[in-house]
Design a protein around this ligand. Structure first.
Ligand code: NAP
Length: 347
């Protein structure tokens, strides 16, 4: 099959570079255009970007001239990794002009007509696109990086046992703050107990994602969530310590089995970026760890461990997931694959 040309907005940033790294040998998509701010526009990508990935910058992308983020791209499929301060206006302009925008930014996550998608969790919510009033274009969003890991671990538990309440404390990697986010003096040898807007996202986004779609609207899930978010001195990989109360307490074995047996549409459809298993439980008490487990399943699998009784809730456990792969670039690529497989992109 001929590859589908895609454009990347915010291509010089942390998530934009991860998109380039993950898309360079993609089976279905080819990077045809890249866009960034006025400072980068007009330069060759190799000059505009300070490449921070571990792999080499792909030659074909290095030689692309960075465009302004205006809706004159030839590619009709757009991945957005734009800074939230500009993403809202730019993504809207693209959607109005007929582009299919898959966004990492927060701006439209709570628009009632915009799906907030984790492909294994709520693939059916993509039908919400039909409620948008653009002629050919649409906007679809990827959740926050810590929401994605958490909700992947919660989904099989919610389906099988019903969840009443969650208390979650995060230990989040530096790359989650983007390239201009934090200086080494801020974060080295330190824990920062505040990430602007993060606790609100982690308390609200899961309710939309785990909600049900009926009559063109999402009915939010009725789970109580309390979140505390911290930035720590780790490059990649968010860790989250979770306490959970169920509607009816299952056995420990049943919880672990629910995680280890969980598969969904992306696995059944064998989408190129789908990990064989989205969630894996580790029995050894020293797991999960960001350095050891963030690359599991190509960075698309959530590692879970330390399931034990909790004297306040029913159980407690720990998860680790890759924030710029599953939590951002890889997540949006999997959404695009799901959209293509279901006929929403080129069908
Ligand atoms: P970043 O490293 O700061 O990159 C921001 C990108 O936006 C750069 O390419 C920058 O281009 C571009 N940009 C800035 N101002 C612009 C303007 N006025 N017009 C056009 N482009 C402009 O940020 P990031 O961490 O990659 O995050 C990108 C988005 O993904 C954000 O909305 C963020 O909240 C979201 N997100 C990030 C993560 C993560 O783990 N990092 C996870 C989930 C979601 P220049 O280089 O030319 O300035």
């Amino acid at each position: 099959m001929d590859k589908i040309n895609v454009g990347i907005l915010g291509a010089t940033g942390s998530v934009g570079q991860k998109l380039i790294e993950l898309l360079q040998d993609h089976a279905w998509f080819k990077i045809a255009e890249v866009g960034a701010s006025e400072t980068s526009a007009g330069k060759l990508y190799s000059y505009a970007a300070t490449w921070a990935m571990n792999s080499a910058m792909p030659d074909d992308v290095a030689n692309l001239t960075v465009k302004k983020c205006a809706p004159d791209f030839d590619s009709k499929i757009i991945f957005s990794a734009l800074d939230a301060s500009v993403a809202g206006e730019i993504e809207l302009e693209f959607a109005k002009a007929g582009y299919k925008v898959i966004s990492n930014a927060r701006n439209f996550r709570f628009d009632p007509k915009v799906p907030l998608i984790i492909p294994e969790v709520n693939p059916g919510h993509i039908n919400l696109i039909r409620e948008q009033n653009f002629e050919d274009g649409f906007i679809i969003t990827n959740p926050n990086c810590s929401t994605i890991g958490l909700v992947l671990a919660l989904k099989p538990l919610e389906d099988q046992f019903g969840i009443e309440s969650i208390n979650v404390t995060t230990l989040q990697a530096i790359s989650g703050a983007g390239f201009s986010g934090l200086t080494s003096l801020d974060v080295m040898d330190n824990v920062i107990p505040y990430i602007k807007g993060e606790e609100e996202k982690l308390e609200r986004e899961p309710l939309k994602i785990l909600g049900s779609l009926a009559d063109g609207k999402i009915d939010f899930a009725g789970i109580n969530i309390s979140a505390q978010c911290n930035r720590i001195s780790i490059t990649d990989g968010h860790t989250e310590c979770v306490q959970i109360k169920f509607r009816e307490k299952p056995s420990r074995e049943d919880v672990i089995h629910a995680w280890n047996s969980f598969i969904a549409d992306p696995q059944e459809m064998m989408l190129p970026s789908a990990p064989r298993r989205p969630v894996v439980y580790f029995d050894d008490p020293y797991s999960p760890q960001p350095r050891k487990h963030r690359d599991l399943g190509g960075g698309m699998t959530v590692a879970v461990g330390r399931l034990r009784d909790c004297p306040i809730f029913d159980y407690k456990f720990t998860i680790t997931s890759h924030n710029t792969v599953r939590g951002a670039a890889g997540g949006t690529i999997l959404i695009a694959e799901l959209l293509e497989a279901k006929g929403f992109l080129t069908g």
